[in-house]
Design a protein around this ligand. Structure first.
Ligand SMILES: Nc1ccn([C@@H]2O[C@H](COP(=O)(O)OP(=O)(O)OP(=O)(O)O)[C@@H](O)[C@H]2O)c(=O)n1
Ligand SMILES: C[C@](O)(CO)[C@H](O)COP(=O)(O)O
Length: 249
């Protein structure tokens, strides 16, 4: 499907924005005794941090959370301003279930991992600008890759060197014109795409890259939780600080 056709719908103003927060995972790599969204950092769950980021953002009107099916009630209690749905077996299914309950007038959707609970408002702004100002179907934040990267051979030996300057590590929120994202999910041929940009591009959509932010790191393994705890202690719950912006802005 050509870009022009995909970009022509979704509304001219692109003003009505909803956030889909996926929280339906179990957090196997974290290994906590509750699903990852319910793990606490400085007394609050990752779900609460993430919901507060989006409900507190001026541009975002609606928030939908896809929670583990057995914990939708608990999620609703922690996120009173959000709509909660049961997540699916995969991240992709969780996104699709949340998309299914969005209000009809939503024009832009921000899909975000609750595991990236500390996303700063400025990153949400950059993603929205990417969709609204660059005429794209979607906008996705990225960081550069900092390690040396190699392929591994089938035998498990060190393979060829990969040029890391040509690689981008994707973050969330990933922002899309709502009509395009709906179509991309409806057309998906597998249920395990690791992000939504891949589905939109599979349909011929144009997705632009915007600068990411280290604070939007994904809590994946126990060390990430220690980092989160230390950052909240150092900078406060929203991790906003002049020092950070000077150093990293
Ligand atoms: N069936 C699923 C699987 C994942 N997610 C969400 O997708 C985001 C990114 O996934 P990841 O960090 O991999 O979370 P988990 O799947 O929970 O982690 P793991 O792979 O270690 O089990 C998380 O916010 C997670 O809750 C989801 O909503 N539904
Ligand atoms: C969407 C994502 O966070 C972008 O980096 C990532 O693809 C999620 O992958 P995971 O395997 O579910 O952690």
């Amino acid at each position: 499907m050509p870009n022009a056709a995909m970009s022509s719908d979704g509304g001219d103003g692109l003003t009505t924005v909803a956030a889909v927060l996926v929280a339906g995972g179990s957090g196997t790599r974290l290994g906590a005794d509750v699903p990852k969204a319910f793990v606490r950092v400085a007394g609050r769950t990752l779900l609460e941090y993430a919901v507060a980021r989006f409900l507190g953002h001026d541009a975002v009107r609606d928030v939908v959370v896809a929670a583990p099916a057995a914990l939708t009630g608990a999620a609703a209690e922690l996120a009173p301003g959000a709509t909660v749905v049961a997540g699916g077996r995969t991240r992709q299914e969780s996104v699709a279930r949340a998309l299914a309950v969005l209000a009809a007038d939503v024009e832009v959707v921000l899909v975000h991992d609750v595991a990236r609970a500390f996303v700063p408002a400025a990153l949400i702004d950059r993603v929205l600008d990417g969709v609204r100002l660059r005429g794209a179907d979607g906008a996705v934040p990225f960081l550069g890759v900092t390690d040396t990267v190699r392929r591994v051979t089938p035998a498990g030996d060190l393979g060829e060197l990969v040029d890391r300057t040509a690689l981008l590590a994707m973050q969330t929120p990933q922002g899309f014109r709502r009509a395009v994202l709906d179509r991309a999910h409806a057309a998906a041929t597998t249920a395990d795409a690791t992000d939504d940009a891949a589905l939109v591009q599979a349909l011929g959509g144009r997705v632009v890259a915007v600068r990411g932010d280290e604070r939007a790191f994904k809590v994946t393994v126990p060390l990430d939780l220690m980092l989160a705890e230390a950052l909240v202690q150092r900078f406060g719950a929203d991790l906003e600080s002049t020092w950070w912006d000077v150093e990293h802005g």
